[in-house]
Design a protein around this ligand. Structure first.
Ligand SMILES: NC(=O)c1ccc[n+]([C@@H]2O[C@H](COP(=O)([O-])OP(=O)(O)OC[C@H]3O[C@@H](n4cnc5c(N)ncnc54)[C@H](OP(=O)(O)O)[C@@H]3O)[C@@H](O)[C@H]2O)c1
Length: 323
C-alpha cells in the first residue's frame, strides 16, 4: 500500500535551507536517497567557512545535489524558490524569524506545493513549558501563524528529541565518565528518534498529500524511554555501571529562572522533555497525525538499535553539543 502510494507520487524538486546544519545534512541526504532533485541554499563560502562545511558541500555535490550559495536575501530566495516544488527549512534557531523572508518569497513565487518550516522539536502549539523555552517557541509559533495567514500549503513537523544528539548529551558515550546526570527523578518518558529516520520521514511527509496543512508528530512506538531506562540499557550494552547524579526539579526550575539568557533555554528544554514529559503527555488532536501510522512499512531504528551505533569506534560524526 505504502509502496504504491510512493510510486504514484512524482519525484519533486526539494530546496533545503540550512542543509549544512546538524539536522539539515540528514535531510539533504534523505532527499537525494529518495530520488528527489535536491537543492541546498547555503551561505557563501569564504575564509571563515569551516573545512568540515566545505567538505560537506563537496559531498552533497558528489551525491547529486545542487548548491545555491547566497545570504538570506529576498530576491535571490525568490529566484531559487521558482525552480523547486517543496521547501524545507532546517535553519538554526537564531534564524527562525528570518524565515519570514522565505514566507514572503514563497508568496511571491506562487509555485510551492509545500513548505516545512524549521520546527522539528516539541509540539509547539500544544506544550506549555517554562518561560525561557516558551519564549523560544513563541518565535516558531509566529512562523506557523505567518504561513497559515499567507495561505501557503504546509506541514508542521514535531520530530520530538533528536536521538543521537540527546544520547550524546545524556550519556557522554565517547567520554570516560563514571557518573551520569539524571534530571528530576528520571522516570518521565521522552521520545528519542534517530536523526536519519527523522529525515527520511520528513521527506516522505513533504511529498504526501495526506499531510498537507497538517501537524505530523514523530511518536515512534519503540522510542519511548525514561532517562533511567536509557542508562540501564547503556549499562547492559557496555557492561559498565554508572553512578546516577540526580538534579532535582526544583533546582532546574530555579536555574531556568536565574540563569541569564540564552543559558536559561537549555535547562527549560530539559525540564519540558525529561521532567514534565511534554513529548508524551498529551493526546493527539484531530489535526495531528502520528508519522509511523502513515508509513507502517518503513523500518526505523529503535532507541535500542540507536545505542548500538555508539558501541562502534570511531564515533559517528553527527554529535552536536547541547547549547
Ligand atoms: N528536536 C531536537 O532534539 C532538536 C535539537 C536541536 C535543534 N532542533 C531544531 O532543529 C532546527 C535546526 O537546528 P540545527 O541545530 O540543525 O541547526 P544548525 O546546525 O545550528 O544550523 C543550521 C544551518 O543554519 C544556517 N545558519 C546558521 N547561522 C546562520 C546565519 N547567521 N545566517 C544564515 N544562516 C545561518 C547554516 O547553514 P549555511 O551555513 O549552509 O548557510 C547552518 O548550517 C531548529 O529549528 C532547532 O530548534 C531540534
Amino acid at each position: 500500500m505504502e509502496e504504491k502510494r510512493e510510486m504514484a507520487s512524482e519525484k519533486s524538486k526539494i530546496l533545503v535551507f540550512g542543509g549544512t546544519g546538524y539536522i539539515g545534512k540528514y535531510m539533504v541526504k534523505a532527499s537525494i536517497s529518495l530520488g528527489h532533485q535536491t537543492l541546498v541554499y547555503s551561505r557563501p563560502i569564504n575564509h571563515k567557512t569551516s573545512p568540515s562545511k566545505i567538505q560537506l558541500c563537496q559531498e552533497f555535490v558528489s551525491m547529486g545535489a545542487t548548491l545555491i550559495h547566497g545570504e538570506l536575501e529576498y530576491d535571490q530566495i525568490v529566484t531559487t524558490i521558482k525552480k523547486v516544488d517543496i521547501v524545507i527549512s532546517t535553519l538554526a534557531y537564531p534564524q527562525v524569524l528570518d524565515q519570514l523572508k522565505i514566507i514572503d518569497a514563497i508568496k511571491t513565487a506562487g509555485n510551492i506545493k509545500r513548505f516545512l518550516p524549521s520546527d522539528f522539536g516539541v509540539e509547539e502549539d500544544t506544550v506549555k513549558p517554562l518561560p525561557p523555552f516558551q519564549a523560544f517557541l513563541d518565535k516558531k509559533r509566529a512562523i506557523r501563524r505567518a504561513i497559515e495567514a499567507a495561505g501557503i500549503p504546509y506541514t508542521f513537523v514535531s520530530a520530538n528529541a533528536y536521538g543521537a544528539y540527546f544520547v550524546n548529551f545524556l550519556l557522554h558515550p565517547y567520554e570516560d565518565v563514571q557518573e551520569i546526570t539524571v534530571y528530576g527523578n528520571g522516570e518521565s518518558k521522552a521520545i528519542l528518534n534517530y536523526e536519519e529516520d527523522i529525515a527520511m520521514y520528513t521527506i516522505k511527509v513533504a511529498n504526501d498529500p495526506r499531510t498537507c496543512n497538517r501537524i505530523v508528530i514523530y511518536r515512534l512506538p519503540k522510542n519511548f524511554i525514561t532517562q533511567n531506562e536509557l542508562i540501564s540499557l547503556w549499562e547492559k550494552k557496555t557492561g559498565r555501571n554508572f553512578n546516577r547524579a540526580f538534579v532535582s526539579e526544583e533546582e532546574i526550575v530555579k536555574l531556568s529562572a536565574t540563569l541569564p539568557p540564552p543559558q536559561d533555554v537549555p535547562v527549560s528544554i530539559i525540564h519540558s522533555i525529561f521532567i514534565k514529559g511534554d513529548l508524551v503527555n498529551f493526546e493527539l488532536r484531530e489535526d495531528q497525525i502520528e508519522v509511523s501510522e502513515l508509513y507502517p512499512d518503513y523500518k526505523y531504528k529503535s532507541i535500542d538499535e540507536l545505542l548500538d551505533i555508539f558501541l562502534v569506534d570511531p564515533p559517528p560524526p553527527a554529535s552536536a553539543a547541547f547549547e
